[in-house]
Design a protein around this ligand. Structure first.
Ligand SMILES: *Cc1c(COP(=O)(O)O)cnc(C)c1O
Length: 452
């Protein structure tokens, strides 16, 4: 009669070559855990049904290997973005330039003068690394880089407006993706929200009335991910700034995307630029590092020296500070703008500036390589809470498949996973957002999905 005594022991299992191989791949403690867990499962199965066969050593090791693979498989993996959404927030926003990656790598790999003044041989500031380049690039008096733009807004308001009134137009009480709501962030900072105007119309006189009582600042938040159309009215930033300054009140402009170049030249609407905000006289301007700037996740705050100093000294600044790889990456990305090679080097700008002929050429090459599909016209978008409803023409490869949803799932099951979209039961693949070095993997993945 089979009893649990017939189950191989851990020691017996460890004698095998397969077990040694697992130990060298996954380490001894984890392999032991996997073997013990597999044996426990076998015992439990046997107890509920004594007629089941006890597993052999080979079967135990193969189950243990499945456990080990599942436990050690990274959950964060590269994917191929064939959606045509350039700043896809769910897919990690902006891919970085080679120089940016190199800069982030050297800081990650070894020691650096992050907070060390090489001249004096004593403690320095981590903030100077991106500051000087931001000053040169934008003409701003001072700058701070923090973890992301959500923390930038929270920090700015906490440092400049705690317990004080902050005036903002009702048309700007926005929610950005991931639950970032401007009114909630203002509350969190301790600022007192003073809403003016109506959803679609705000006039200078609305701000003027609100300024009759003392206020810390007027805030402008860019409507990054939606548009108000129809009967709308809003004063120019310059008009708001002039009125605020007359009343001795600052203006903070949360730009969101923070374009440094005019997106209109790629066929999109004009996204307000950092330079325009400063030119209009905004005292503090903040924006994301990984939206239209095309760099790593960061929040960039620039503006008047006195205010930036106050922001730097606020306790929250330490809590939301940028790490060394981020600072190195932001500086390297900004350098592209300074050297005027951003369009060649920054992937998202390359994608935005890709011509229709280029996307057509790639879509046609894919069609030839796959031996199927139709070349169709379509639209690429920016996404990532930038330029809502805005798109530029592109050329897509459209595939007819039996079940589009199942096919999308098959594409996602490839290694690397391919993310595409469907429209009218067709699979649409946009070459614009597929990185050139991913081209071969993309075609191989699609071929496997088509034949499986
Ligand atoms: C995106 C955005 C933010 C948040 O920026 P993150 O870098 O994603 O934290 C804040 N304000 C506006 C207007 C935005 O568009």
């Amino acid at each position: 009669m089979t009893t649990l005594r017939n189950l191989p022991s851990v020691d017996e299992i460890l004698q095998t070559q397969t077990a040694s191989d697992l130990i060298s791949r996954f380490g001894r403690p984890l392999t032991l855990t996997a073997i013990r867990e597999t044996l426990d499962e076998a015992r439990a199965r046997f107890k509920t049904d004594p007629k089941t066969d006890l597993p052999s050593i080979e079967r135990i090791l193969s189950s243990a290997e499945s456990h080990l693979s599942a436990w050690t498989k990274p959950t964060l993996v590269p994917v191929i973005n064939a959606t045509g959404v350039i700043l896809h927030t769910n897919l990690g926003r902006a891919p970085l330039s080679d120089a940016t990656i190199r800069a982030m790598e050297f800081t990650a790999r070894g020691y650096s003068n992050l907070e060390y003044d090489l001249e004096k041989g004593s403690r320095g500031s981590r903030l100077i690394h991106a500051e000087s380049i931001l000053q040169r690039l934008t003409g701003a008096e001072a700058a701070v880089v923090v973890n992301n733009n959500a923390s930038a807004v929270l920090l700015v308001l906490s440092a400049l407006a705690n317990k004080k009134r902050v005036i903002i137009s009702r048309s700007q009480l926005v929610e950005i993706g991931g639950g970032f709501r401007v009114p909630d962030v203002m509350k969190q900072s301790g600022a007192k929200l003073v809403e003016v105007g109506a959803t679609n119309k705000v006039r200078l006189s609305d701000y003027e009335s609100a300024l009759e009582e003392p206020a810390a600042l007027i805030m402008r938040a860019h409507r990054s991910n939606f548009k108000i159309v129809g009967f709308t009215e809003e004063p120019e930033l310059k008009e708001i700034v002039d009125m605020a300054h007359n009343a001795g009140v600052f203006v903070v402009d949360d730009l969101g995307s923070g374009a440094l170049v005019d997106t209109a030249k790629y066929g999109f609407a004009h996204e307000p630029t950092v330079q325009e905000s400063l030119a209009a006289g905004a005292d503090v301007v903040c924006f994301s590092g990984d939206k239209l700037l095309g760099g790593p996740q960061a929040g960039i705050i620039i503006g008047k020296r006195g205010l930036i100093e106050k922001i730097k000294k606020h306790p929250l600044a330490r809590a939301v500070r940028a790490d060394k790889t981020c600072l190195a990456g932001v500086a390297a990305t900004l350098l592209h703008y300074l050297k005027d090679d951003a369009e060649q080097e920054i992937p998202i700008l390359r994608m935005m500036s890709m011509s229709l002929d280029q996307t057509r050429g790639r879509a046609e090459a894919w069609q030839v390589e796959l031996g199927q599909g139709e070349i169709v016209k379509g639209e690429s978008t920016v996404g990532g809470g930038s330029l809502p409803n805005e798109s530029i023409p592109t050329v897509l490869l459209s595939l007819s498949v039996k079940s589009p949803d199942k096919f999308l799932k098959k594409l996602r099951g490839q290694n690397p996973p391919i993310i595409a979209r469907t429209e009218n039961d067709k699979i649409l693949l946009d070459p614009r957002t597929v990185l050139p070095e991913q081209e071969i993997a993309t075609l191989e993945g699609i071929k496997r999905a088509l034949t499986s």
